[in-house]
Ligand binder design. Structure first.
Ligand SMILES: CC(C)(COP(=O)(O)OP(=O)(O)OC[C@H]1O[C@@H](n2cnc3c(N)ncnc32)[C@H](O)[C@@H]1OP(=O)(O)O)[C@@H](O)C(=O)NCCC(=O)NCCS
Length: 145
């Protein structure tokens, strides 16, 4: 069914489709990413949302909550990809909003990420309230309750 889905269990089919998306973006890293995603979701409790098209996932977001300091929870977005053919159509926005809503419910106070060094990625994150922190493209956002 088209639309947003929280993925609790990674299926081979789903990752194969995500693999295709990733493969278009960073060819050399696709196989390693496939295996690390599978492990993080199945064994390490990471958070993943997928935006499904009629036949394939069109994009996904993956990150984790850092539970080291229970009084100040932070989260890190590690991957956000939208299939090239479907970019600028609001899918990235749906994914990051779902991720932020999930984090708010978990009482996360701050989300960080390393932005890709492209105008497109930087503009996207700034539009969603992320502020550049340093020259390494670290960006963060404080979540309002
Ligand atoms: C960055 C990315 C996740 C955004 O997802 P998206 O679905 O294309 O974005 P949305 O349609 O929800 O949001 C649109 C906003 O993103 C930015 N944006 C998207 N495409 C852009 C482009 N080609 N040039 C400049 N800004 C762009 C703009 O701020 C735009 O806002 P506007 O529509 O008001 O102009 C997606 O383009 C992508 O996967 N890019 C390649 C991989 C990548 O850079 N990932 C981030 C790694 S940290």
């Amino acid at each position: 069914m088209p639309g947003l889905e929280r993925v609790f269990t990674v299926t081979r089919n789903l990752l194969n489709n995500c693999y295709c998306i990733v493969d278009q973006t960073r060819p050399g890293e696709a196989v390693a990413l496939y295996h690390s995603l599978q492990k993080d979701i199945e064994q390490n409790g990471h958070i993943m949302f997928v935006f499904n098209g009629a036949y394939n996932p069109l994009g996904f977001i993956k990150g984790k909550i850092n539970k080291l300091h229970s009084d100040f929870l932070t989260s890190e977005i590690e991957f956000l990809f939208v299939d090239k053919k479907y970019q600028s159509a609001g899918i990235g926005t749906s994914l990051i909003q779902a991720y932020e809503d999930f984090c708010r419910k978990e009482n996360v106070q701050k989300i960080s990420l390393y932005s890709a060094k492209t105008v497109q990625a930087r503009a996207f994150y700034e539009k969603h309230g992320y502020v550049l922190q340093n020259v390494n493209y670290l960006m963060s956002k404080k979540l309002e309750r």
